[in-house]
Design a protein around this ligand. Sequence first.
Ligand code: SAM
Length: 247
Amino acid sequence: MDQGYADSIENLKSMAEVWIHYVDYESRQNQLVPFISRILKEHKCKRVLDAAAGIGFEAACLYHEGYEVVANELNPFLRERMKGFLKNKKAEVKVTGFNWLEFDKRFEKESFDAVLCLGNSLTYLLNKEAQEKAVRNFYTLLKKEGVLVIDERNYELLKKNPDVSLINRKSCYYNSSVRVKINFLREDSLITSIGDKPSYKERYYAFKKGELLKLLKNTGFSEVEQYSDLKKGFDPNAVFYQYVCVK
Ligand SMILES: C[S@@+](CC[C@H](N)C(=O)[O-])C[C@H]1O[C@@H](n2cnc3c(N)ncnc32)[C@H](O)[C@@H]1O
């Protein structure tokens, strides 16, 4: 993985353990999943790839809404937990463990109606080349008129208000009782420490205002629509930005 700290086995294990508590299942069920469902319905999607599936919550929900879902998770410990989670939810979802940077070799071109990359995942790629390659690969996997749904944290807001737990309280993604500490190394680079016991550390790339939007537009999508905390348009105080990108 192109993600510094999480490369150690111990860190990956801890990440998997912390993650099950960090996801805010209820808010995702009530807010994030209906948002994704509406977009998939609008674009008449059938086959969906969750490129960074985590514990597999969205994948399970979408399976039960009738989508054919492939859930990809690179961290092998989180992937194992996801398999258990999906089984428990009786969700027949195919599970893969590929690196986004190899998606063009691992999946057939134009084989998905939708690709999801949610929960501030692209931030794991620390350089521009890798970020561009990953998004290009998502584009390649999409059928014509297929849709990429991708999001990012509003790092400008985090720089002004570095209390992540407080900020998480206003988003639908994470459980704000899980302790998160951040340390900006440079304007575009930070280390986060998530959880108490266990906790894990990761190094992230902090996208600047408009940077991811520009990258998405440059990839060649015919349409890129920005949302702020799931509402259409740009709000400088949003916790997360989502982008719906049509091929
Ligand atoms: C912040 S988590 C988000 C998980 C899930 N979408 C959620 O919101 O709960 C980001 C995930 O991206 C995965 N990831 C990071 N770099 C990756 C890469 N180069 N290829 C594939 N997956 C990657 C990590 O394993 C991690 O589980």
